[in-house]
Design a binder for this molecule. Structure first.
Ligand code: NDP
Ligand code: 2IT
Length: 448
């Protein structure tokens, strides 16, 4: 146990009391506090000015009613949110999540993580997150559009290209960003880079759809290189089948790995032969256009569908959780290790429970926390903002190279702050590496 434990406990009591019931938020803050509080003890300037306490209090939280009418003509009311967490190093930046589980605690955890993640990218972006308890599943395009228009009718007054720049997350992809952008433009009479993840025809960046998944795999490449190995012939287990999972799978296949599984909230498919490029395009069409279920894969290809389970019991070399928070437990972590897994990188935000993280850190496998390994998405969002400001579009190759460079730099930052002897604690490295820049900016800006 760290000799700072009583300080960490006291800090967490303060956080729990101030944010009652927001368990995911407590979890995200605790993980950072465990690394940052011992670090702060050697930096009295951060302690005296209560930087961590300030970082854990959102600068602003907006909550609003989102009324809309469904295809049957019935009234629907959802709740909308935007958490403007920290603007010390740039405009608030972070995605929007549309999922029935959304409430303040989930968005505050995501906004808090985003502050550190965005800092790690080395681009000038503060942290934010938003969304709604709206469930896009089973809704028509028309209903999704009406919802997005109503959501933006309130949100537009709180955002702006130099103020707060939302993007996608769970349940928010190209279709939703398009509807949101259209409504922002109508209301503000302005065509600006106010959202990222836009379509290529209206200011989007090449490689933004691929960026989170590709970035995650680039990060694993860096970690594997520290052990003189790579993706060739590695068995890879992936959860999720949305944006992040799809492009993580694509990059793994390109690098010679074998993708054994993908999943959705109903269960996972196991394809012992490996999901190849052709099979992956079937999944992309199934998920992005037909909006079907992953179980439908077994109608077309030889594979097993395992209902109601996550894929962590499948023997693999590398695991990439790319679905949602707390999808990989301590027991799953033990199973992965027992099966010989050498690396786990989080494509999702906080997919590993604290118990799982503890197992990974104890056994010393190559474990990358989401704020480092999934930062590629927001990094290319930052590049989309730059291109919008310049009124230019960079080529695929140029954006991809910049993304690779950024993931390498994040890996180097994790080493700088997380190396102990021949071991690298990427969790500590990412937390402290992300903290320092934000803390120094806050110090410089005075009592804000
Ligand atoms: P998508 O909506 O495209 O896909 C989400 C996937 O996760 C779907 O397969 C979905 O299944 C599954 N999923 C969602 N919720 C649950 C749940 N409660 N239990 C089990 N499975 C679930 O989202 P993304 O791919 O964009 O996001 C995935 C993760 O990556 C999230 O944690 C997100 O915060 C994170 N992330 C995303 C970034 C981005 O650029 N998009 C950037 C960085 C992180 P189903 O269809 O059944 O709901
Ligand atoms: O969690 C994340 O980093 C995202 N959902 C992407 C945010 C963004 O602004 O691109």
């Amino acid at each position: 146990m760290s000799n700072h434990q009583s300080e960490i406990d006291a800090f967490m009591q303060f956080i729990v009391k101030k944010n009652p019931g927001e368990v995911e938020y407590h979890q995200a803050v605790q993980e950072v506090a465990e690394n940052v509080i011992p670090f702060i003890s050697d930096h009295p300037e951060y302690k005296k000015t209560k930087i961590l306490e300030r970082i854990a209090e959102p600068e602003r939280v907006v909550m609003f009613r989102v009324p809309w009418i469904d295809d049957k003509g019935d009234f629907q009311i959802n709740r909308g949110f935007r958490i403007q967490m920290n603007s010390a190093i740039g405009p608030y930046k972070g995605g929007l999540r549309f999922h029935p589980s959304v409430y303040l605690g989930i968005l505050k955890f995501l906004a808090f993580e985003q502050v550190f993640k965005n800092s790690l990218t080395s681009l000038p972006m503060g942290g934010g997150k938003g969304g709604s308890d709206f469930d896009p599943k089973g809704k028509s395009d028309n209903e999704v559009m009406h919802f997005c228009q109503s959501f933006m009718t309130e949100l537009y007054r709180h955002i702006g290209a130099d103020v707060d720049v939302p993007a996608g997350d769970i349940g928010v992809g190209g279709r939703e960003v398009g509807f949101l952008f259209g409504q922002y433009k109508r209301l503000s009479n302005e065509f600006s880079g106010v959202l990222t993840g836009k379509g290529l025809q209206y200011g989007g960046s090449l490689i933004r759809p691929e960026a989170t998944g590709y970035g995650c795999v680039y990060f694993v490449q860096e970690m594997l290189a520290t052990r003189n190995t790579d993706f060739k012939n590695k068995k890879v287990v992936i959860s999720g089948s949305g944006n992040v999972a799809q492009f993580a799978a694509e990059k793994v296949i390109q690098l010679g790995g074998t993708v054994l599984t993908m999943s959705d909230s109903n269960g996972y498919i196991l394809d012992e032969e490996g999901i190849n490029t052709e099979k992956l395009s079937f999944i992309m069409d199934l998920k992005n256009n037909k909006r079907g279920r992953i179980s439908e894969y077994t109608k077309k290809y030889t594979a097993t569908f395992v209902e109601g389970k996550t894929p962590w019991a499948i023997k693999c070399d590398i695991a990439l959780p790319c679905a949602t928070q707390n999808e990989l437990t301590g027991d799953d972590a033990k199973t992965l290790i027992a099966n010989g897994c050498i690396s786990v990188a989080e494509g999702a935000n906080m997919p590993s429970t604290p118990d799982a993280v503890e197992v990974f850190l104890k056994t010393g496998i190559l474990f990358a926390p989401g704020k480092a390994s999934n930062a590629g998405g927001v990094a290319v969002s930052g590049l989309e903002m730059s291109q919008n400001s310049l009124r230019l579009s960079w080529t695929r190759e140029e954006v991809d190279l910049r993304l690779q460079e950024i993931m390498k730099n994040i890996h180097a930052t994790c080493i700088k702050y997380g190396k102990h002897g021949d071991k690298i604690n990427y969790v500590k490295g990412a937390n402290i590496g992300g903290f320092v820049k934000v803390a120094d900016a806050m110090l410089a800006q005075g009592h804000v």
